[in-house]
Ligand binder design. Structure first.
Ligand SMILES: C[S@@+](CC[C@H](N)C(=O)[O-])C[C@H]1O[C@@H](n2cnc3c(N)ncnc32)[C@H](O)[C@@H]1O
Length: 191
């Protein structure tokens, strides 16, 4: 089921508001307010994996530096020399405690010409099936922060944050906190 159940929607009544830090809300850029609130829940010295870290400068590095957190950034089309150009549906770091999870949205334009770009999956079921490969790899973390939103695609409502949260719940994660930063929703899940 792609529509969120009542218990999940109900949690949205009590969302924490993220600080409104400047970013481009409609180009798939990292949401710094949500990411910062999540990183603050981790311990100094922890390692975070960001499997879909962005093609250009990975802004999460600056947030992690402030909190003494190590970031391992992967992106299929990475150009930032600190990031790894890797397919996050197939490989992950050896050891990490947290995950910042902000994939290409279903139905979005591809971010590069890579044939392994997640957004090339044109059916929602196939998109979820592919994404679950990364969720399985990410599920060894103690917590994750997913970033998604609800939107219309070809007349269908896509409850993307719920779709991501449900995938992690299959691997034993539970919702700990919801963060609002319009139009995004951040969900912190823990095992
Ligand atoms: C929503 S954007 C995330 C952007 C990033 N947070 C930023 O601030 O720019 C999704 C990213 O996922 C990457 N991506 C898509 N498929 C991928 C895959 N199979 N493995 C790794 N990265 C992938 C895209 O290249 C894109 O940069």
């Amino acid at each position: 089921m792609n529509r969120p159940p009542f218990e999940y929607s109900n949690l949205k009544m009590n969302m924490t508001k993220a600080p409104d830090l400047e970013h481009n809300k409609y180009e798939g850029e990292v949401n710094p307010g949500i990411t910062y609130l999540y990183l603050k829940t981790l311990n100094s010295g922890d390692t975070v994996w960001e499997p879909f870290a962005g093609v250009d400068v990975v802004k999460t590095f600056a947030l992690c530096d402030k909190l003494d957190i190590n970031l391992v950034a992967y992106d299929i089309a990475a150009t930032d020399s600190r990031a790894w150009r890797l397919n996050s549906l197939k490989i992950c770091p050896d050891d990490f405690q947290g995950v910042v999870f902000h994939p290409s949205y279903f139905g979005s334009d591809p971010f590069s010409s890579s044939q392994e770009e997640l957004a090339l999956n044109s059916s929602l079921n196939k998109y979820k099936e592919e994404l679950e490969k990364c969720v399985k790899l990410a599920s060894r973390a103690k917590s994750v922060c997913i970033v998604g939103r609800t939107y219309k695609h070809q007349k269908e409502t896509i409850y993307l944050d719920w779709i991501y949260a449900e995938l992690f719940m299959k691997y034993g994660f539970k919702v700990k906190k919801m963060i609002s930063s319009m139009p995004d929703v951040g969900v912190i899940l823990e095992r």
